[in-house]
Design a protein around this ligand. Structure first.
Ligand code: ADP
Length: 581
């Protein structure tokens, strides 16, 4: 989840200090703020967004900052004519688990509209899996300008209203554009001023106001559409204010009875910023800005922290990560807060979309394959990749893939430390990723030094990712921490053996190879040490080069492993029922 990760503590330190300090009287200087100075700052819909004749419904009244409750838009009786978005139910009613539950997903990215990492995958695949579990799912997303035109064109205008935000009640336009696909309804919150950037994440100074707006607008939109779900399922810090708004400003509105789940996909990114700025932009009541809820340190507020305090359940994406984040090392300064709320903290391991990631039907592969012909077809895919990327073409080489955001989370220091020892004439390394310049440059340098054996493809390239998963023999995922990790799941599905560090979801999903019983799915190491990574890779190489039959058996075993969403969807459904029996 890459650029969203603009939001590290480093980024916070790097933010110009005057921006942080300027907040209470003159909130964070940004174009939006500046543009919004003249009240009311109602933004018009984009040209494609709405038929000109549609009325803009005044749905949110100005409420003074001190007012603690009930400022939400009232439900609107008369709605603009739209194609009614009735989710398709995939199976006969009697086959589906009962009772039916309705869920609103709120998050900042979703494949294929906008994806920078694993969150985008989850927001796409989990709702689809929940539909099969008899859930009625709406996904609420920002309508970023960067969403490809082919999707923008298919969106249907669902309505618009103005909503007040900020402690001085500044008014903003909220448009709702709808797209129905595969049984899931996607509602995009439109506001050109906030979401016109080419990237979903910019920097904290911009992102804090836009996700304050987004959280409140998402709830207001649900009221506006009069679609009141049983559960509101919020994802990561960008949606973490939703439970706070729900229990305060929206408590006495139709949506007020919904239960909330907040899923932590990555605790490193928290929406931590100057308290006066967040107080101003959210317009949330004063009593929420205490150390038990939003306040952190001397003069900061933390959106994730507040969401954790106010939601009904917190989930994270693996059991191990659920335990880890309650420790100082993994807790990102919220370990004590999470220990305090541990009774409502659960871990559910992610899956992957097994239709999107299916090596037998994958049109992006030169030679699609299944478990019956994986060994032969992998060689064809390998040759094609070697040709495409300028590697020495030789199917006998062992290819190690690495597909990742290039940040310190991903264990790249370990990879850099051992890479010269990997290139032994029999091994090739293919890196696909973008991120921190320090890693991009390091990998470029390796490519230059070991021409023909190492490739550093510094880009975000979905199609190439598919080809690398298919062509590689093993995939490196030596993360320092990994809430769940999807690349090891995709790798296994594509018959590519994962080599992982035993942390978070990597530990929960990759069973270490046992040479005595010939069981397991991959190679693992525990402590964050380069020597241990090298050892794990060498164990993999030994098996690959000396006991190929056993290696191939592991490949087939990996492909047979259930990495679908079915299991997770059932567990989420059980949580929804726990909250709304
Ligand atoms: P994170 O969410 O921390 O980035 P995950 O393993 O959960 O890591 O998810 C990463 C997702 O992003 C996977 O679907 C992976 O294939 C994809 N991905 C990561 N980097 C790239 C890239 N450079 N090009 C294409 N896909 C990428």
């Amino acid at each position: 989840m890459s650029a969203k990760k603009t939001e590290t503590s480093k980024a916070i330190e790097a933010a110009p200090s005057e921006e942080k300090k300027a907040a209470p009287k003159k909130p964070a200087a940004r174009k939006t703020a500046a543009a919004a100075e003249k009240k009311p700052a109602v933004r018009k819909p984009r040209k494609t967004a709405a038929p000109a004749e549609e009325p803009v419904v005044e749905a949110a009244a100005h409420v003074p900052a001190e007012e603690p409750v009930a400022e939400a838009p009232a439900p609107v009786e008369e709605k603009p004519a739209v194609e009614e978005a009735a989710p398709a139910v995939p199976a006969a009613e009697e086959e589906l688990p009962q009772p039916r539950r309705s869920v609103a997903f709120i998050g900042s990215e979703c494949y294929p509209f906008v994806k920078t990492g694993g969150l985008g995958d989850v927001m796409y695949a989990l709702p689809k899996a929940l539909v099969k579990q008899n859930c009625d799912v709406k996904v609420i997303l920002p309508r970023y300008a960067c969403i490809p035109l082919k999707y923008q064109e298919k969106m249907v205008y669902r309505g618009s209203f103005t909503m007040d935000l900020c402690s001085d009640g500044r008014a903003f336009f909220v448009g709702i554009m709808e797209y129905v696909w595969d049984g899931v309804v996607y509602d995009f919150i439109d506001n050109e001023e906030f979401f016109r950037a080419g990237n979903p994440y910019i920097n904290l100074i911009d992102d804090i106001p836009r996700f304050c707006f987004f959280a409140k607008a998402a709830l207001a939109a649900l009221n506006f559409m009069n679609w009141i779900p049983d559960i509101i399922h919020c994802h990561d810090w960008q949606a973490a204010l939703v439970p706070l708004y729900l229990r305060t400003l929206f408590a006495n509105t139709p949506i007020g009875g919904a239960k909330t789940i907040l899923t932590i996909h990555n605790l490193r990114f928290q929406g931590l910023y100057s308290l006066p700025t967040i107080k101003y932009w959210t317009g949330l009541p004063h009593y929420l800005f205490t150390h038990e809820v939003l306040k952190q340190g001397y003069d900061d507020a933390n959106m994730f922290k507040g969401g954790i305090a106010y939601c009904d359940l917190v989930t994270t994406v693996s059991n191990t990560y659920a335990r880890e984040i309650q420790t100082v090392f993994y807790g990102e300064n919220l370990d004590a807060h999470l220990r305090y709320h541990s009774a409502k903290l659960r871990g559910i391991v992610n899956g992957i979309d097994v239709e999107q990631w299916d090596s037998a039907t994958d049109k992006l592969l030169p030679a699609p394959y299944d478990a019956s012909d994986v060994v032969e077809k992998k060689k064809l895919n390998k040759r094609a990749l070697q040709e495409q990327l300028g590697l020495e073409v030789d199917e006998g080489k062992m290819v190690l893939g690495l597909i990742s955001r290039l940040t310190d989370q991903k264990g790249l220091d370990l990879v850099n430390a051992v890479l010269p020892q990997l290139v032994d004439g029999n091994t090739q390394v293919v890196v696909l990723g973008t991120g921190d310049a320090i890693y991009e440059d390091a990998f470029r340098k390796f490519e230059n030094t070991y021409k023909g054996s190492v490739v550093a493809y510094i880009a975000y390239d979905e199609a190439l990712a598919h080809r690398i998963y298919a062509a590689s023999d093993a995939l490196l995922v030596p993360s320092m921490f990994e809430p769940c990790g999807l690349t090891q799941l995709i790798a296994m599905r594509y018959g590519t053996v994962p080599i992982v560090r035993e942390t978070g979801g990597l530990k929960d999903t990759v069973e270490p190879y046992n040479q005595y019983t010939n069981e397991g799915n991959g190679f693992t190491f525990d402590r964050y040490e380069a020597g241990l990574l090298l050892d794990a890779i060498n164990r993999a190489k030994t098996l690959y080069f000396t006991e190929r039959e056993r290696w191939d058996e592991m490949v087939v075993r990996d492909m047979a492993k259930d990495v679908s969403w079915d299991n997770a969807a059932k567990q989420y459904r059980a949580l929804y029922l726990e909250l709304k029996p």
